[in-house]
Design a protein. Structure first.
Length: 161
């Protein structure tokens, strides 16, 4: 079986230019911020009304949803996969230790990160540092606590500038 020839930069660019309300979250967001962590998958939080459009973009990269948009809306999440894995959160809000994180509010505070990949421009949206910290505080895994520590360290470095 031949693996896909997944191009992360092209995937991010396709999402960015599509106008989708899609936020890169999880450890890939930390990597995009320059924090050296390891992860094997991608995590996105998208607007619940953008499921079909997000899936259409993902299909261009041979990423197949594990259910219908209706099922995703009911459960609040789904997966896209081939030999890459993309976990997709579609809830309007998620409960957090400091109160709910509401997608529309997080989207309004988003940061657009850009870079260069061998001459190609890359752009992707991530939550603000505060919202990313809040999202990582929802998890109770040791790696989430470590991610919070790393994000707080990044925040302190940025404040010192």
């Amino acid at each position: 079986m031949k693996g896909s020839e997944f191009d992360e930069a092209l995937f991010f660019s396709a999402i960015s230019v599509s106008g989708l309300r899609a936020l890169l979250i999880g450890r890939r967001a930390l990597i995009a911020l320059g924090i050296p962590v390891m992860t094997a998958d991608y995590d996105f939080w998208i607007h619940i009304d953008d499921i079909e459009r997000f899936n259409a973009e993902a299909l261009l990269f041979e990423l197949i949803p594990d259910g219908t948009p209706l099922e995703a809306r009911r459960s609040g999440r789904y997966r896209l996969q081939n030999d890459e894995l993309v976990d997709v959160l579609v809830a309007r809000s998620v409960p957090g230790p400091d109160g709910p994180l509401v997608f529309d509010d997080v989207w309004s505070r988003r940061n657009r990160l850009g870079g260069d990949d061998g001459g190609r421009s890359i752009s992707i949206c991530v939550p603000s540092l505060e919202d990313l910290i809040a999202s990582k505080r929802i998890g109770s895994r040791p790696k989430d606590a470590e991610d919070v520590r790393l994000l707080q360290q990044l925040r302190k470095q940025r404040e010192a500038l």
